[in-house]
Design a binder for this molecule. Structure first.
Ligand SMILES: [Zn+2]
Length: 404
C-alpha cells in the first residue's frame, strides 16, 4: 500500500480515487463511497480493508438510519495527512490548516499593508506556514497541498485574470511565484468558487451535486456546481453573476461596463446611497442592522437591491435550471426583507411553471457561511476536492488544464 500522499495524488488507481472521495466527504459509509466513486462494491470493500491495515482509514462511528443494520462510518486517519488554505485578502492574509476529517487545527491572521505584492505575500505565507506546521510536528512538504483563494478570476494555470481588488496582481502567475517558495502541491481559485466548495464540505451543500451559489457581499459573486464539480468555464471566469448587465445605460461598473448587477446590489453601492441620504458614512454592518430594524431608506434600498438580485437569479435559472440556489454573503443576514423580496422577483423574472401538473421549483437555501469564512475554508477545500491544481512542488510544476 502506498503512503497517503502518493495515494492522494494518484489520479488513476481505485485506491487513489477512494482516498480522495473520503477526503472530500470527511466521513462516509462504504455505500456512499461506492456511489461517489463509481467503483464496484467488492473492490471498495477490499480496498477499505487494506487501507485500514495501513492505518490510513479508521472506523469512526456507527450510523443508524432507524431501519435494518446500522452502517459503519469511515474516515481517513486524521493523523495521516493535513492541508492548508490561504485567503489573500485586502490588508490581511489568513491561513488555516485542517486534517482529513475536516477539523481545523490552526488558524492564523496576518495583517499586511493593502498594496502588498505577490512576492511579499508568498514570503509571509511561507514563513507563517512553516511555524504553523512546526507547531503540529510537521513541515510544509508534509502537507497534501495548499489552496489559495483570491478575489479575481484565475486561469487554469494560475494567472490572475484582472486586478480589480488587488490592483498590482493583474496578470500575475501565482504558480510561478508561490511554487518556488512553498514546496507542496498548490491549488488556486477565485473566492466565490472557494465559497461553493466550503458549502459542499462544511455547510448547506453537503451531499448536493447540482446547485448555483450567489454571494451578496461587497460585490456579487457566484458559482455553478454540476455533478459535484465547480464549473470554471473557458478561462476561469464562469459564474461572474455580478457582471450580468441589467441596465445598459446604468452606472459604470468597475469591470468597465454599465449597469451590472453588482452596481445595484453590491454593498459598496448600498453604502454609497445610504451615505447620501443619511449625510454620514455608513458601514455595511450598520446598514444591515438598520435595514433589519425596518428604518426608512435602508429598508427601501435593500428591497430595491433584492428586486435586482431576483432578476439576475431568474435569468440564471432560465439558462441553467438548477434544482437549488444557495445564498450567502452579508446581505443574506438581513432576513426576509431581502430574501423574500428576492424570491418574488425571481418568480417574475424566470420561466413560469406550466398551469397544470406538479412542477417543482428550485429550492432557496441560506448558506452556512454568511461572513467571509467561506473563502479561507474553501481554499482548504480546494485541496480536499483536488480542485484548481496549479503546481506540484518546486521541482515538478504541473502545467495545463487541471482535472476540475
Ligand atoms: Zn461589471
Amino acid at each position: 500500500m502506498q503512503n497517503i500522499k502518493d495515494l492522494f495524488l494518484d489520479q488513476e488507481s481505485p485506491a487513489g480515487r477512494l482516498v480522495r472521495a473520503m477526503a472530500a466527504l470527511g466521513a462516509a459509509t462504504a455505500g456512499q463511497l461506492v456511489k461517489s466513486t463509481g467503483i464496484g462494491r467488492s473492490t471498495v470493500s477490499t480496498l477499505l480493508s487494506e487501507l485500514r491495515d495501513a492505518e490510513i482509514v479508521i472506523d469512526v462511528e456507527v450510523k443508524s438510519t432507524g431501519f435494518g443494520r446500522p452502517s459503519q462510518l469511515l474516515s481517513l486517519n486524521p493523523a495521516s495527512g493535513r492541508c492548508a488554505g490561504v485567503l489573500l485578502g485586502l490588508g490581511e492574509i489568513r491561513i488555516v490548516i485542517c486534517d482529513l476529517t475536516h477539523a481545523v487545527l490552526s488558524d492564523v491572521w496576518l495583517p499586511i499593508h493593502r498594496d502588498y505584492t505577490p512576492e511579499e505575500a508568498a514570503d509571509q505565507i511561507r514563513d507563517t506556514l512553516t511555524r504553523q506546521c512546526a507547531a503540529l510536528g510537521q513541515s510544509i512538504p508534509d502537507l497534501l497541498g495548499v489552496g489559495l483563494a483570491i478575489s479575481a478570476p484565475l486561469s487554469y494555470d494560475g494567472k490572475v485574470m484582472n486586478g480589480d481588488v488587488l490592483p498590482t496582481w493583474g496578470g500575475v502567475d501565482l504558480a510561478e511565484i508561490f511554487s518556488t517558495r512553498i514546496d507542496c502541491p498548490l491549488h488556486a481559485e477565485n473566492e466565490s468558487h472557494c465559497g461553493a466548495l466550503a458549502e459542499m464540505t462544511w455547510g448547506a451543500a453537503i451531499g448536493e451535486k447540482d446547485f448555483v451559489l450567489y454571494k451578496f457581499d461587497l460585490g456579487v459573486g457566484g458559482a455553478i456546481v454540476r455533478d459535484g464539480v465547480v464549473q470554471r468555464g473557458f478561462n476561469g471566469s464562469a459564474a461572474e453573476f455580478g457582471h450580468i448587465v441589467l441596465e445598459p445605460n446604468g452606472s459604470l461598473c468597475r469591470c468597465g461596463n454599465r449597469g451590472c448587477l453588482t452596481t445595484f446590489v453590491g454593498s459598496y453601492h448600498l453604502m454609497k446611497h445610504a451615505e447620501e441620504f443619511s449625510g454620514h458614512p455608513v458601514t455595511i454592518d450598520q446598514f444591515i442592522e438598520r435595514a433589519r430594524e425596518g428604518r426608512l431608506g435602508y429598508r427601501r434600498l435593500i428591497e430595491d437591491a433584492a428586486e435586482k438580485a431576483g432578476w439576475g437569479m431568474g435569468m440564471t435559472a432560465t439558462i441553467l435550471n438548477p434544482p437549488l440556489f444557495i445564498i450567502v454573503g452579508k446581505l443574506a443576514t438581513v432576513g426576509d426583507a431581502f430574501v423574500e423580496r428576492l424570491k418574488s422577483s425571481f418568480e417574475r423574472h424566470t420561466l413560469p411553471p406550466p398551469d397544470s401538473g406538479q412542477h417543482p421549483r428550485p429550492r432557496f437555501v441560506i448558506g452556512k457561511f454568511l461572513a467571509n469564512d467561506d473563502t479561507v475554508m474553501g481554499a482548504v477545500a480546494l485541496v480536499l476536492h483536488q480542485h484548481g491544481r496549479i503546481a506540484g512542488h518546486a521541482s515538478g510544476r504541473l502545467r495545463g488544464r487541471s482535472a476540475a
